[in-house]
Design a protein. Sequence first.
Length: 210
Amino acid sequence: MRRLDWAAMEPDLADDADLLRAHGAGDAHAFARLYDRYDRPCFLFIRRTLGGAHAEAAEDVHQDTWIAVARNAARFDPGKAGFRAWLFTIARHKVWDHFRRQKVAVLAPVDEDAALMVADPGPTPLQQVETRELAERLVAAVEALPLAQRETFVLVAQAGLSLDEAAEATGVAMETAKSRLRYARARLKLALAEDGLLGEGPAGERTAHV
């Protein structure tokens, strides 16, 4: 898994807000273009945030998210937030709605201080995984993160949002989002180290740098 390259993915340079306005004016093609642009990163965010125990709900939550986008297009204010932050705010709310319906208790982690004893890893693990097995283990480690850390990590490392956008989408201050990302990276580094998958080695070895 790698950080999404928005520039490479989007030869269509139409502004997100313009497409949403066009949809509101009755242009069905505009919404389809917007959906094609963000379908994959939105689904991946939902799937990773739900975690393995709720994976079967990802399609329904994803569909509910885009229905909400279509129905609330007129409420979008580009002066308050960019479209990406607005979209992922809606997606996050739908994930939490699912958790509430399922009576899932979201507990704060008790070992964040221990996680912070590991130095900030710099580049995200998603950019450094070198084998399929490592990628699969990393997915499991991401899904094992506390929810607040998981959603921030996925927004930044996988969906490609900036820290500002991630903070906006999760409704927290910039410094809080930054701390959650740091905690997440440290915990992932610990998880990979415990599995013996973290360290130095020549290209091709079962090694990841996080």
